[in-house]
Design a protein around this ligand. Sequence first.
Ligand code: FDA
Length: 312
Amino acid sequence: MLDSLSKNVFYMLARSSGLKSLASRYGMRSTDSFARRFIAGESIEEALAAARIVTQAGLHTTLDLLGESVSSAAAAGEATLAYLEVMRKIADAGIERNVSLKLTQLGLDIDRATCVDNLRRILDDAAARDFFVRIDMENSPYTERTIEIFETLWNIGYRNAGIVLQSYLRRSESDVHRINKLGARVRLVKGAYKEPADAAFQQKAEVDAQFIVLMKILLKDGVYPAIGTHDEAMITATNEFAAANGIAKDKYEFQMLYGIRRDLQTSLAAAGHPFRVYVPFGREWFPYFMRRLGERPANIGFVVRGITSERK
Ligand code: FDA
């Protein structure tokens, strides 16, 4: 109940332009500004520096140039060019060639064709440079369209991509089977958006139970699934299931978000589990940041402290 309440509040706040401009002014201003706990920086150079530190600690990375809900074809085209530039810089820097992106960033709200054209430009370039591209999952009005586009491109030969499925959605069990049938990779997460009860489980206990159901299907029948969570109970359940079924550690990986549970990130990697950190960066960080606050309202404390100390 509290989970969905806080998600609702932060979902509403995320749409406030006043709050966005206030946060944008203070959130990334200096190296210890409050948003830097979750966002690697506004520039690709800052993201590469963060990725280098993560890599030196023995962890893998996926870089995400933040952006979503783009409302014109021109802006979607710009986001596409920006991704191509980001991939060029990642390759030049010798950082692992793995990125994550959102389809509304590439024009899904404008029309399917714009989005598919932009995604194909990125996937073509990614294939030429040996990148893996993870398509993040947004809220439920986009689920079917995201899966359908992924499926279509997969079936015409784009194999350097994977998708995300969310355990809070009631439909996800059938989607897991659908993606497993393709032989594509899934990142399993709980889900970060405010969703209606007909589409999604509302109680944490239900979302967690479903996460375990889907994790088991993915570990048994999926292709190199990524278990994306900071929840120790989910991680323990995954490792126990793998051990009980003779599934080796290198047949799946764990993923966490930049800045969250860094203790667990390094201890899992040290225990020999392939581990990837999702490194978000870019100027459009506000909605991503608000989702992180919605997941854990206690985070608001350090934001308030950050703002008041910066304004002094
Ligand atoms: P849960 O929310 O139950 O938290 C478990 C514990 O983790 C908490 O008790 C706390 O210790 C810690 N924790 C979790 N969130 C925290 C936060 N914000 N700040 C501090 N501590 C926190 N979602 C989506 O809808 N589409 C997507 O494409 C993705 N992509 C994605 C990639 C990766 C690599 C990860 C790890 C997550 C996502 N998510 C996502 C987000 C995901 O859906 C979910 O909202 C968060 O991971 C939080 O859920 P947990 O599984 O961590 O569990």
